[in-house]
Structure formats: structure tokens, C-alpha cells
Design a protein around this ligand. Structure first.
Ligand code: GLN
Length: 469
């Protein structure tokens, strides 16, 4: 099946071969056909059709169309969209309607993107298999008995199953790259701060970034170009010029690519992933690039550091969900204290409660220095060592995940196994670096991808490289 790109969609519209209404109808039909995959928490069918009709009329009248006219987007259920419900896959936000729109989404809307619905995800984006959602698991379209990855699982399947052209997701530790590779897509997480986080429901604020999933890297490049850049509502999005990522200048000159040989030899890596990585290294070499093994001394500390820091930030970020200000309030509560405790106990799922408890513990006065303070220092060491590698190499090649998609229900009783599987993706978030998952041929029926990481703000170089390759 040939998946349409932004360019092919807009060419078909310009030549009058189709209409925007027809495109939206087709995606809505796909959503209906694929209902068993549990991709969407809510579909904005009427609204999407109305906007499509408005665009067709404007086009017929010769109006200047936005850069994303006719482009159908799904948004992960952590992105605020004014007048629309948003729940972060949680019961605690039940009934909450966002009063404002995320900056990144607003910039896409200003260019005529059409939002088709909000996609299922792990509760508060905490998870790697989309099994922690209040709305139940999303299924992988490549094998419906398996997970699509997480936390942006619905986002990934929305594109995989042809129910939209592009998906907006979010990454705190891999939630765009890992589901993309579990579903055979490109998934891109920019440098920390490249896209404003205003209107993205916070999980770990010093890690969170909005990212995109698509069949074609050029589509990601255009969405990034439009949504990136400074924002008065987010002080961590600096005033740094946004390059023309979508300019079609594939990079074919020799690049230097570092990889961690010890990782490829690791027992923990599934054989299909090892084969895909070795093949990728071979392909890079054959294309004239230099590949060089490098070492990294902190692999044992990567996952613990990530889980100490993100749970600490989450315990603080999620304290605002108190039964008073948003969403679910326990009807059984008799006084103020019970309103807090009962609403939170009823509203949050098991995994979110586990992380709030862990985060509160590592921040508590007796343990702050031993856990939180220490993890902050290790984060700096990890970042500095990666920086050293990127000072002498253009990219770092890694697997995305040690395994291919697992069976739904297979790992839900073992949170530690789930945490450990995040080892390759959390690195880029710990260091704030841009990274992309690229789909490659698999030795079996299940999708597989590799990951490339670049230096801060080098999104253009990364996107040009994967497009040229
Ligand atoms: N799997 C990781 C976690 O559970 C990453 C999730 C994410 O990037 N949102 O925290």
C-alpha cells in the first residue's frame, strides 16, 4: 500500500483529482473499519468534515491555501485543543475540556491542518506499550495480538492503519521513536526546547518534547518547520532560528557514524534487532559513510537516572490533579482531605500511582540528596559523555528497543522489565538531543527500526541524512 505524503495529497488536490472532503471521508471510513484497534479516544468527524468543506470552497474561490491544507492529523490525548476534551488517557481528567490550544498545534492549524481526533496513549504518557490507558490497550495493526508500543501507541497506529497522514505525539523517554519502530514508521523527537511545550500535558518537564510520526520523513520535516521556534508561553523554547527542514536537500556526503559495539553484542538484544542493526551498519558503510565503534561507560545508570528524575518531576506535575480543579471528583468524599485522597486514588491508575509514590519518595527530605540530587549529577555525566562522542562524530546509531512488539498482557505484571526496555530511547531525552527512529526491513513479520541521534539543534542534518539514505 502506497501511503500518501503531504506533497502527493496537495498535488492531487491542486490537480482536482480529489477533494478535501473526499480525503477526510476516506480517513473516517478507515477509522470505522479499524475500530477494533482502539486507536482513538475521540473522533472529531463532523468538525473535520466541516473544515474540509471550508477548504474546498476556499480553494475553488482561488484563496491562498495554508502549507498544510488537506493534511489530516491525529493528536495524542495529551495535546490541548481549545473547546475539546483532553484526558491524558486518565480517568482523573474525565470531563475536562481544554480552554486553550497548544502552541505547536495552533501553528499547524494556522496552516490549515485538519484534526481528525485524539489518540489513545498510556496514562499521562507513562508506559511503553499503551497498556496503561484508562481506555484500554491500542492494538498493533501488524499483529492485533501485540502492543503498538507506547506511550504514543494510538498515534502510531493512527498512521500505520491509514486513518490520518500525520500524528502528533510526545516523548519523555521514547514515546515517539519506540511506537514508530513497533509500527514500521518514522518517529522524530527534536532537541529539548525546539518545539514549545505550552499545551502539552506535563509528565517530566525537563524531558518532555512534542514529536511527529509519519510514513515519510519529509512530512515530519514540514510539520517540524511550522511548529518549531520560540514561544512566549514556554521559556525553554529559545529564540533560535528555525531552519527550512522541509527543503529537499538530501545529504549524501560521507558522514561519521558512531555506534556502541557492546550493545550489539548484548544478550538482551533480540536476534531480529541485532540483524537489522548489523545490516544498517553494512548499508552505511556501503554508502561511503564511516562507522566507528565507541564506548559509553554509563549504560547501567541510564534507566535508573531516567526513572528517578522523571518520577520526581511527575510527582510534582501531577499534584495539580487534586479533585478540586479539574476532572474527576470522588462522590464518596466527606471532607477536604478525603476529596484529595479519594479523587486521586479513584482517578489515577496503578502505574501512575506507582510513579507518584516513587517520585515523592526520591524528593523527600531524607532521600533528596541520595536519589534526586545524585541522579541530576549522573544526568550531567551522561550528557557530557554523549557530547564528547558527538564532538567527533556526526551521528550515533542505536537500536530503538531491545525487542519487537510483545503480546498484549505479556509484560503488565513486570514494571521493571518495561522500564529496562527503555534503555536506548531515554538517552536522547536525558541529554536533550534530537533523535529519529527509521523503519527497516525485518527478518520476520513484525516491524523493526533503528535509531539515529544527533547533536543539539541538528535536526536539519538528521532529517537530510535519513532522506538521502
Ligand atoms: N516508556 C517511558 C516511560 O514510561 C517513556 C514514555 C514517554 O516518552 N512518554 O516513561
Amino acid at each position: 500500500m502506497a501511503y500518501p505524503s503531504i506533497q502527493s495529497t496537495q498535488a492531487a488536490l491542486a490537480e482536482g483529482k480529489t477533494t478535501t472532503v473526499a480525503i477526510v471521508r476516506q480517513y473516517l471510513a478507515a477509522i470505522k473499519e479499524q475500530a477494533h484497534l482502539n486507536i482513538y479516544v475521540e473522533v472529531f468527524a463532523e468538525e473535520a468534515l466541516q473544515e474540509a468543506a471550508r477548504q474546498d470552497k476556499a480553494r475553488a474561490q482561488g484563496a491562498r491555501m495554508g502549507k498544510l491544507a488537506g493534511v489530516v492529523l491525529s493528536i495524542k490525548d495529551v495535546i490541548c485543543y481549545a473547546g475539546h476534551a483532553v484526558s491524558a488517557g486518565s480517568k482523573i481528567l474525565d470531563g475536562f475540556v481544554s480552554p486553550y490550544t497548544a502552541t505547536a498545534l495552533q501553528r499547524l492549524l494556522d496552516e490549515d491542518v485538519i484534526v481528525i481526533g485524539r489518540t489513545n496513549c498510556d496514562e499521562f504518557a507513562m508506559g511503553s506499550g499503551n497498556e496503561n490507558s484508562f481506555y484500554g490497550p491500542t492494538r498493533n495493526a501488524a499483529d492485533v495480538t501485540r502492543v503498538p508500543g507506547g506511550s504514543s501507541g494510538g498515534a502510531a497506529v493512527s498512521v500505520q492503519a491509514g486513518t490520518c497522514l500525520l500524528a502528533m505525539g510526545s516523548s519523555t523517554g521514547g514515546s515517539v521513536r519506540q511506537p514508530a519502530s513497533f509500527c514500521g514508521l518514522y518517529g522524530f523527537k527534536p532537541t529539548y526546547g525546539r518545539i514549545s511545550r505550552h499545551g502539552l500535558i506535563a509528565y517530566g518537564s525537563s524531558f518532555d518534547q512534542i514529536g511527529y510520526l509519519a510514513h515519510h520523513p519529509t512530512d515530519i520535516a514540514l510539520a517540524l518547520e511550522i511548529s518549531a521556534g520560540a514561544d512566549a508561553y514556554d521559556a525553554t523554547a529559545p529564540n533560535k532560528a528555525v531552519p527550512l527542514y522541509s527543503k529537499d536537500t538530501p545529504e549524501r556526503s560521507p558522514q561519521s557514524i558512531a555506534y556502541f559495539a557492546e550493545l550489539l553484542d548484548s544478550e538482551a538484544l533480540a536476534p531480529e534487532i541485532r540483524t537489522a542493526m548489523q545490516q544498517t551498519l553494512e548499508n552505511f558503510r556501503a554508502a561511503g559513510h564511516t562507522v566507528a565503534p565507541v564506548s559509553f561507560s554509563f549504560f547501567d545508570y541510564v534507566v535508573p537516572t531516567y526513572y528517578v528524575l522523571t518520577t520526581a518531576e511527575a510527582s510534582s506535575n501531577l499534584s495539580r490533579f487534586d479533585g478540586m480543579r479539574y476532572g474527576h471528583r470522588s462522590p464518596a468524599a466527606k471532607d477536604l482531605a478525603e476529596t484529595y485522597t479519594k479523587s486521586r486514588s479513584e482517578g489515577f491508575g496503578t502505574e501512575v500511582q506507582r510513579r507518584i509514590l516513587l517520585g515523592t519518595f526520591v524528593l523527600s527530605s531524607g532521600y533528596y540528596d541520595a536519589y534526586y540530587g545524585k541522579a541530576q549529577k549522573v544526568r550531567r555525566l551522561i550528557r557530557d559523555q554523549l557530547q564528547g562522542i558527538l564532538d567527533t562524530h556526526d551521528f550515533i546509531l542505536m537500536p530503538v528497543s531491545p525487542s519487537q512488539p510483545w503480546k498484549i498482557g505479556e509484560q503488565t505484571n513486570d514494571p521493571v522489565a518495561n522500564y529496562l526496555a527503555d534503555i536506548y530511547t531515554v538517552l536522547a531525552n536525558l541529554a536533550g538531543l534530537p533523535a529519529v527512529a527509521v523503519p527497516v526491513a525485518s527478518a520476520n513479520e513484525l516491524p523493526v527500526g533503528y535509531q539515529l541521534m544527533a547533536d543539539q539543534w541538528e535536526e536539519a542534518k538528521l532529517l537530510e541524512f535519513i532522506r538521502g539514505f
